[in-house]
Design a protein around this ligand. Structure first.
Ligand code: 1HA
Length: 275
């Protein structure tokens, strides 16, 4: 697959090929830990992939073979969050802006695959949990560290994890802060497939291509439907928005628009009152 890089980023790379966008966290010297800047760039890249109508599937991964992402960069963790180098940080204020990225991945109406080699740990583990699917290399290691390093994610990191692996396992993962092998992760339903490291991208691209053959609107609706249950009112709002989009695409809705523009009464009587 012939990845075409674009954009200029310091902490990530953005590449596309054959309808797939690949977003790579590129801080291997810190096991791909994120800082505020990393997350701003990730948000920009996910927005690009969302807006690009040629893109049908997005892969989120980490540079190198050692880590997908090791969570928040503890070396720039301040007393209330992670410190960037912008004006907000100069006033001594930190950020927890990975939460915005989690929401963005959930809301994004295209499948997002986490492609995990090495560590998916802490806030990096939560990112893979938020992705629609996870393909793991056989060297992948999963776990939360919050209670060990003075943090916790009580949002998607807790209850979406519980929805994924069950309550008992989710508690174990958070209370004990152990690390789990790719094989263990597969057994608990935390990942979709485990493949040898050297086949990781090939396998992930195969999954992406298979989804690209499917109806984009059907995938969008299924993602929205699955998320709506756990996202409550926000999930319903998104799903309702998609219902409006589909309605706009109908002749019935277009009749309403046309009647207004033509300053006449709408003629809805030709549309059936469906059982
Ligand atoms: O919980 C949250 C949040 C909750 C709510 C809202 C927002 C949140 C935002 C973030 C987070 C969190 O992510 S908290 C959890 C933070 N992450 C961790 O606790 C993981 C820390 N790292 C490790 O446990 C290990 O480094 C590792 C299992 C990922 C890898 O171990 P390994 O292969 O033995 O490598 P190691 O030597 O430890 O690391 C290589 C280099 O990468 C080291 O650099 P050096 O100090 O030698 O110069 C190491 O310090 C650095 N590094 C690794 N992880 C991080 C890191 N530097 C900063 N932050 C890291 N997370």
């Amino acid at each position: 697959i012939d990845w075409q890089p674009s954009g200029s980023y310091t902490d990530i790379t953005y590449e596309t090929a054959e309808g797939i966008a690949k977003i790579t966290i590129n801080r291997p010297e810190r096991r791909n830990a994120f800082r505020p800047q990393t997350l701003f760039e990730l948000q920009e890249a996910f927005n690009l992939a969302r807006d690009d109508s040629n893109v049908g599937v997005i892969i989120l991964t980490g540079a190198g073979e050692q880590a997908f992402c090791s969570g928040g960069d503890q070396k720039i963790r301040g007393d209330d969050g992670y410190m960037g180098d912008d004006e907000v940080a100069q006033r001594g204020i930190g950020r927890l802006n990975v939460l915005d990225l989690q929401v963005q991945i959930r809301r994004l109406p295209k499948p997002v695959i986490a492609m995990v080699a090495g560590y998916a740990i802490g806030g990096g583990h939560v990112l893979h949990v938020c992705c629609d699917l996870t393909i793991a290399a056989d060297n992948a290691r999963f776990g939360q560290t919050g209670p060990k390093v003075g943090s916790f994610d009580g949002g998607y990191g807790s209850w979406l994890l519980a929805q994924t692996v069950g309550l008992k396992k989710a508690r174990e993962i958070w209370y004990l802060c152990r690390q789990y092998s790719a094989e263990e992760a597969e057994r608990m339903g935390l990942v979709n497939a485990v493949v040898p490291l050297e086949r990781l991208e090939e396998e992930t691209v195969t999954w992406a291509r298979e989804m690209l053959e499917k109806s984009p609107l059907a995938l969008r609706m299924v993602k929205g439907a699955i998320n709506a249950v756990s996202d409550g009112a926000a999930g319903m709002q998104q799903f309702a928005g998609d219902a409006t989009m589909l309605y706009y695409m109908s002749e019935e809705a277009q009749e309403g628009r046309d009647a207004f523009k033509e300053k006449r009464a709408p003629a809805f009587d030709r549309f059936p009152r469906r059982p």
